[in-house]
Design a protein around this ligand. Structure first.
Ligand code: SF4
Length: 438
């Protein structure tokens, strides 16, 4: 009988795509992948350093795994493992801690999965990392959308962020490798491919290329697909890229552009590489070039020395911009960052209050965007699941849509007229000859 392995991933899409790659290594070594809730011989936990309660979460997950099988071999990897290997090795039940690059060579590092008394740590300093761990993964529906990692690491030094410490400096997969993987995903039937990385807009920096050049090549690949870009720093969105998104129907009309704060004072203290004016001009320019563009925004509340006036400035800045939704993060102190030493921390309860206020604003923004899209025709990619006779999918500009389940339209880019908007999901009609016949 085959050995069984189970995975648990915390954090971002990039982590999910990397877990998927580790999963393939196990499959190639004759392991059977099972659900984390099931009994396995090996459990792998891919961690994130952004989670406020990383250590607590790790302990809980490991305890859960050991309840399933007290003899299971426990491997912990990912950003948190890279940053705090000793802390993790001291958690009861952990057998191996692997750093950010070691996780891609798991089978050459660990030659058996026999439990020992002490945990082994295999973590190289991240400054020595030039390695690019190739990864792609699929969403839970798993047959319509795939995430393709094109870039890793970051050379910026935002004062609140531990990612450069955990993942090292910026590096890109060569255009030829991206094209090869992209083709393979298209040939396997994926209709939406999401380009991911830590700082995707930085793609190509050290290989004499750019995100614009890469995407220009990808849209010429044969086949039915569309491309979504996961998130791009505002200072890296070029006019060329906006024109390309506007002109090519292979590109999703969707950009996720982190702002972090609408207060110039706080933005400076965060060591971000743009001003609020740059950001505002970019959003208006992008909406002019691509009128139905959906813009998602990351914002952090409760950064040290953020006064009520600074917060209101952020709120009003976002309120007056044509953006579609917000991802609101509550600032939390991280060891080894510049921000942890900044004066005037904001009370935790106040951070939470500000978070709630911006979440309410996000709902309003979303409603507003949905109502602007009402009565327009959008291309929808419907997923395979049949939920009580209904199927759901996303438009190019990231609106969730539902319709009566019809197998014929799943995993196809289908024209759809939006007829009703509600805060979370839109309804309407599929526009297709096939529909009229059924
Ligand atoms: S751009 Fe800033 S926030 Fe984003 S990964 Fe790099 S350092 Fe972190």
């Amino acid at each position: 009988m085959k050995n069984k392995v189970a995975f648990q991933t915390l954090g971002c899409k990039l982590n999910f795509s990397e877990t998927s790659t580790i999963g393939n290594q196990f499959a190639e070594n004759d392991f059977h992948v099972v659900d984390f809730k099931d009994k396995a011989d090996v459990y792998v936990l891919n961690t994130c350093s952004v989670t406020e309660t990383a250590e607590k979460e790790c302990r809980q997950i490991i305890r859960r795994a050991l309840r399933q099988n007290p003899k299971a071999y426990i491997i912990v990897t990912g950003c948190y493992a890279q940053l705090r290997p000793e802390e993790i090795a001291n958690i009861d039940g952990v057998d191996a801690v692997l750093g950010s690059s070691e996780k891609f060579n798991l089978f050459s590092i660990l030659n058996n999965f026999e439990k020992q008394e002490l945990a082994c740590i295999y973590v190289n300093p991240i400054e020595e990392t030039t390695h690019f761990g190739i990864a792609h993964s699929t969403d839970s529906d798993s047959r319509t959308r795939a995430f393709l990692k094109i870039q890793d690491g970051c050379d910026y030094n935002c004062s609140f962020c531990t990612i450069p410490l955990a993942r090292g400096s910026s590096r890109s997969l060569t255009a030829n490798s991206v094209i090869e993987q992209f083709r393979s995903l298209v040939n396997h039937g994926y209709k939406e491919i999401i380009l991911t990385g830590v700082n995707v807009g930085d793609y190509g920096k050290n290989i004499n290329s750019s995100l614009f050049e890469l995407v220009s090549q990808l849209i010429n690949i044969e086949g039915e697909f569309r491309i979504r870009i996961s998130s791009v720093e505002p200072n890296l969105i070029t006019g060329d890229l906006l024109q390309l998104i506007s002109k090519s129907d292979k590109m999703c009309n969707h950009l996720h552009i982190p702002l972090q704060s609408g207060s110039p004072k706080i933005l400076k203290s965060m060591q971000r590489r743009y001003t609020t004016n740059d950001y505002k001009n970019l959003i208006f320019k992008a909406k002019k070039v691509i009128p139905d563009l959906s813009v998602g925004v990351d914002v952090i509340v409760g950064f040290p020395s953020e006064t009520e006036a600074d917060f209101i400035q952020t709120h009003n800045f976002l309120r007056d911009l044509p953006v579609s939704y917000l991802h609101v993060f509550t600032y939390s102190e991280r060891p080894d960052t510049t921000a942890i030493n900044l004066p005037s921390p904001v009370e935790v309860s106040e951070r939470k209050r500000r978070n709630n206020i911006l979440r309410t604003l996000s709902e309003k923004k979303k409603k507003q965007f949905y109502s602007e899209i009402d009565d327009t025709i959008q291309q929808v990619l419907f997923e395979h699941s049949n939920n009580n006779g209904m199927m759901q999918g996303y438009t190019s500009n990231y609106i969730k849509v539902k319709a009566e389940f019809n197998e014929y339209f799943t995993n196809k880019l289908t024209p759809f007229i939006i007829e009703g908007t509600d805060s979370d999901v839109c309804s309407g009609k599929i526009l297709s000859e096939k529909m009229q016949l059924t």
